[in-house]
Design a protein around this ligand. Structure first.
Ligand code: LLP
Length: 445
């Protein structure tokens, strides 16, 4: 469910018409619904109420400070993957003691800051990392809470670039090695073995891969709990969302009709997994990113040109792969709808950005309503892994971001000023002495 729907001809986010925002703040423009974020968090929270749990929102999916603050106020913890993300969480008013720190490449300074801020747990991905954390904790005269990330070697049935729980992947420690690693880690004086963690992949749309992984790992967790007094088991994130017909999923009737079909809902997730997790008698952590933020955001873009080539109908828009890279990187599907609903004819269209790469495209030959220059389109389901993956490629400024709450809308990230893009760049001293030549002598002579 989400809070984007047509009222009459206009697409709204909660109580705000999106075309008003597009005109006021310009495009490309990310818009997030606070109610959707809240609703998704609470749906999951309620579904797993049968076990002691902590939801740690995956900051990497959407790290806007207002998004983080919305979740912090609901009592969410955070799954972080860098020192920068920890600082953001703290800036947003999140509690470091509800933070888990993942990632295969934690640097010494990141470990030190996380220890000083007393995070809940490091989710450790290798033996050298355990030793490094132990060494830094000893220097700071602290005891570091750690969980090892187990790689259960379970295929998640998702895109290969977002599969993380097989032995082809760089993540975690192989299932068979875990007990030996805990035995060695238990001898490191400045570590406290607090839990075990796994994360098998992202955009997983059925419970089965989670079910298989949990069944495989639960006996191991029990053994480790009995031996080392673990306090938690984290099943990671990865719950998939609806991308196809994303707009329809804002409609309650549609949502009801799919409950029984093959769509992963918090209820289904909980109904199948809680009976496996309850007997552990441990605190269960979850690290959802996309489930909470994915359908809580859209990217609004303006049609600059309609270019017909005989073969193709290109809608050239002002958003590009630097704003939303998922289609280019994963061939991901994002539903595309006009902000002003159009009835009537559709045309097979390619929605493409202005960047000089053929991969800079949001869809191919998709039947879309006929739109023209100046019309606005919304790329749906862009709240997760959208703005966070944006870049300045082609010296394009980062888009502005808006948070909507009922009838209120606030800018929660200014559009980047173009000059800020090169603000940190310097001219090398030896290049300053000469005036740039006005002519290219060899070309013209
Ligand atoms: N926990 C860990 C350790 C993770 O690595 C991730 C995501 C999550 C939790 C949250 O996963 P989620 O619930 O959002 O699926 N850029 C890709 C997705 C990369 C996911 C990376 N790790 C995309 O746009 O599909």
């Amino acid at each position: 469910m989400h809070d984007f729907r047509y009222v009459g001809k206009k697409l709204y986010c909660e109580g705000v018409a999106l075309d008003t925002l597009a005109r006021k703040f310009g495009t490309p423009l990310y818009v997030y619904s606070q109610h959707t974020l809240t609703d998704h968090f609470q749906k999951l929270d309620r579904a797993v109420a049968g076990v002691e749990h902590l939801i740690c929102f995956a900051v990497k999916s959407n790290s806007n400070r207002s998004v983080l603050r919305t979740l912090a106020l609901l009592g969410s913890g955070f799954d972080i993957v860098s020192g920068g993300e920890l600082q953001r969480v703290i800036e947003a008013g999140g509690d470091p003691q509800r933070c888990v720190f993942a990632g295969v490449g934690k640097t010494e300074s990141e470990i030190e800051i996380a220890l000083r801020k007393a995070i809940y747990s490091f989710n450790v991905e290798s033996e050298p990392e355990l030793e490094r954390i132990n060494r830094i904790a000893a220097r700071l005269k602290k005891i570091a809470p750690v969980a090892v990330r187990v790689n259960p070697d379970i295929a998640a049935g998702t895109h290969k670039k977002i599969t993380t729980g097989t032995y082809e992947n760089k993540f975690g420690i192989p299932f068979e090695n875990i007990e030996g690693v805990y035995a060695r880690a238990s001898r490191l004086k400045n570590l406290r073995l607090r839990g075990l963690q796994m994360h098998i992949g992202s955009q997983i749309t059925t419970v089965d891969p989670f079910d298989r992984a949990v069944r495989k790992v639960v006996p191991l967790v029990l053994r480790l709990k009995n031996k080392y007094g673990l306090e938690f088991f984290s099943i990671g994130g990865g719950s998939g969302i609806v991308y196809q017909h994303a707009l329809a999923s804002g409609d309650a009737a549609w949502w009801k009709s799919v409950q029984s079909n093959n769509i992963l809902t918090p209820r289904k997730y909980a109904a199948q997994l809680l009976p496996l997790l309850q007997p552990l008698g441990l605190r269960i952590l979850m690290e959802p990113g996309r489930f909470i933020s994915g359908n809580a955001g859209v990217l609004i873009t303006r049609v600059e040109y309609v270019k017909r080539t005989g073969r193709k109908n290109f809608l050239i828009v002002d958003a590009a792969m630097n704003d939303l890279i998922r289609p280019a990187l994963y061939e991901a599907y994002h539903e595309i709808v006009p902000l002003l609903r159009k009835n009537g004819a559709r045309a097979e269209s390619d929605v493409v950005g202005p960047i000089c790469e053929s991969g800079d495209s949001f869809c191919h030959d998709r039947p879309l309503p006929k739109v023209g220059e100046g019309d606005y389109l919304a790329l749906m389901s862009a709240g997760a892994y959208g703005s966070v993956m944006a870049s300045n490629y082609n010296t394009r400024a980062l888009a502005a971001e808006i948070l909507v709450n009922g009838r209120q809308a606030a800018i929660v990230r200014d559009r980047q000023a173009v000059k800020k893009i090169w603000a940190g760049e310097k001219t090398a001293p030896w290049l300053k002495q000469h005036r740039a030549s006005r002519h290219q002598s060899s070309v013209t002579s």
